[in-house]
Design a protein around this ligand. Sequence first.
Ligand code: SF4
Ligand code: SF4
Length: 315
Amino acid sequence: MNIKSFLLKIKNHRTTISRHIVQIVAFIIINYILLEVIFSINLLSLDRLVKILPIINSPRNPISSGAGIMEYIFYFIVEGIFPIFLIAVLVIILLLTNRVFCGWICPIGTIQDACAAIPVPKKRVKISTHKSLLKIKYVFVILITIIVFPLAITATTNYEFYLDYRANIGEFGDKPMGFFSLSEYIFVFFPNMIIDMIQTGSIQPLFSNMLTFITFFFYFIIIVLSVWYPRVYCRYFCPFAAIASAVSEYSFLKLTRNPVRCVGRSECGICEKVCPKQIRMLDEPFEFFTGKGECNFCLKCKESCPYDAIDMKFG
Ligand code: SF4
Ligand code: SF4
């Protein structure tokens, strides 16, 4: 490859290159405790910045000091407090920025994109199966809500029942999103398990109970699958994605398709082929498309369209 074609390639992929740079910087900022450990420095002032980012992270996270907005929302609900301010912040962010966070900032998205960068042919899920699988993440959110609902009601009205119920649901009361969050696994469970393994000098911590092992195995498979099925966790399992999809369909920030320039699926269809979320934007109106809120605004479709038919609009 000569220098001219190399520069052309960079120019054609400048959005993706910019996105990956932002993802790497965000990953480092969010996990800045790693920098503190590696370089023996104190970056405490970053704490406030990290804490306001809507990341599905955990307050108990030993690597990242940040706790995600979803984690905080459920945390307050369990304590019997309705976090109206946090919910309003989340909705406003999604209405103004769509799911730019998912495509450009979320560390779990970055990890999946890194897996998808392994050069193997990508696979697509059958459309009917894909549509069914998309519902799983909503089931997770509904399940979490149903389980924590009695806590929210009884925290101030029947404290005896509250304590009893909370004791009965065990760890779930302390971390409602824990079992449903890949973030919790990568940034909390996994590092803690490795520390335990090093301290005990055995792999026994992995088999400490059946639920731990099954969940570990489940998320391990998801990470492996993301090599062939980009963003598989975002598509089907992420609780944040469920909330974000529901709101971002109404976002002011949108993608549009120019009806004069676009030549359609039979002539081209490149936009659908490159989309990591398997969105069929050519079935959506020209005025705007969101893939029913699934679009994470990675802009790969816009960048790849040979007819420059895809654009962004606000309003
Ligand atoms: S890549 Fe562009 S021209 Fe081709 S189908 Fe998609 S929007 Fe239309
Ligand atoms: S529709 Fe376009 S911007 Fe949205 S996820 Fe697919 S490729 Fe990315």
